[in-house]
Design a binder for this molecule. Sequence first.
Ligand code: ZN
Length: 319
Amino acid sequence: MQMLQGLHHITAVASQPQATIDFYHRVLGQRLVKKTVNFDDPGTYHFYFGDEVGTPGTILTFFPWPHMRRGVPGNGETTAVAYAIAPASLEYWRDRLAAYGAAPGEVQTRFGTAVMPFRDPDGLMVELVVDEKLPAIQHWGSGPIPADHALRGFHSVTLWLDAMGPTAGVLTEPMGYTLVGQEGSRYRYQDASRGLGGIVDIVHRPGQRRGSFGAGSVHHIAFRAADDAAQLAYGQRLQQAGLQVTPVQDRQYFHSIYFREPGGVLFEIATNPPGFTLDEPVAELGDHLKLPPWLEPRRPEIERRLPPVTTVPQESAAR
Ligand code: ZN
């Protein structure tokens, strides 16, 4: 059976729609590849940021809930999202983040590579990890970052957990990950493909407080399945391992099943197809508010409730 192929997307919570676009699209150069709504809560946007086409493994998505109070990181959560960068890009990013008011913290060394941490406007911990073997992505050519320095998709996520064993068991047994390293309380697991977004780090924090969900929190992380048949097989494998897996949900750009791993983190398995060009061409990705067919009849009401947002830089819009 084909193993899970690393991260598909990561979904987090923000408080301000425009500030989220400004930071990820303009500062980090992650193209807004889809502007839609939360299908379970259509009064809320759902933004997808990624490379030029939204390649699985590059996609960070947000539910911006205005007035959401800030979350507090803790056990039972995904607490950091890491992107890969080229070794020569550390200084570029230190300067760029500082110029936009997101000055990074001290560069750390983790498993022999440099890690530069910073926070997004809602306090979500984002890390840039130097990677010698950068996976191929589709560079967003008309974005603000030159190809040499662009973020190269997900490197990893970090989970904070009270207990190691049960979660490690799910990662290694039904999901096919392997323990590849340990540094202090951090345990590194890697998928069989060793490709884009293939690493999950667990930080073992016995007895420490659980997270409090809010703006700046990760809602769930999704792993890739090649297609519907692979997803079905994974779902069965997870169920045989005793996990409660949801029925397949149609997320328009992929199909999803969800389960909560024993440490409390919400996991999803999402299919690579059909992808973000399902309802708009590559050149127009993110330009229009897209709704799934079942919400299209409610478009006028939905558009009235959503605050206006723009991908045009504010200073040039004002000129
Ligand atoms: Zn998801």
